[in-house]
Design a protein around this ligand. Sequence first.
Ligand code: C5P
Length: 208
Amino acid sequence: MIIAIDGPAASGKGTLARRLAAHYGLNHLDTGLLYRAVGRAMLDKGLDPANAEAATAAAEALDLAGLGSDPRLREEAAGEAASVVAAIPSVRAALLEQQRRFAATAPGAVLDGRDIGTVVCPNADVKLFVSASPEERARRRTDELAGKGEPADYGTILADIRQRDERDMKRSVAPLAPASDAFYLDTSMLGIEEVFARARAHVDLACG
Ligand code: C5P
């Protein structure tokens, strides 16, 4: 079974993906981490993330193992650099096979990202598109950072989210968009338990 979850930054798709994977006993891949690792590698080398040749080489050298345990990949700087390298077609091509291989590994997987239902796994058993207003997503990200004792300015975070949405939706290759057969979940007014329950009900109906 493959469950594809797409949506913008801080929409709650990562939390939902982890919960669904645990519930159905599936593997989970946060595909944003791949782009973040490529972006981070560029920053570490002092290179411009828009440098297509170097970013593609970094994507080709990427090893999925261990990505989830690097806290630096969760930082805003890595997210920003990720959305720049993610607009480079040869970077996306280099990461595509790794994602498909992960999805095809038994017993199946939940993948979350921007183009899972449209490009990576167009034949997924279930496709979810998770979204929330930019203001609500900025509020959640601000609370999350403040909870960790990190600097969190709502206005700056909202501006960053808007900029990242714009870049992710307007790029020419694999832009952020719901697949035509995706189940749309607006989480603006919903808590995680309600989102999880609605998603589960949809998966059970679709795969029942
Ligand atoms: O989801 P996350 O915020 O970690 O993703 C970081 C960036 O990586 C996104 O802003 C997007 O540009 C890119 N990305 C992508 N396709 C994916 C996952 C992430 O383009 N499947």
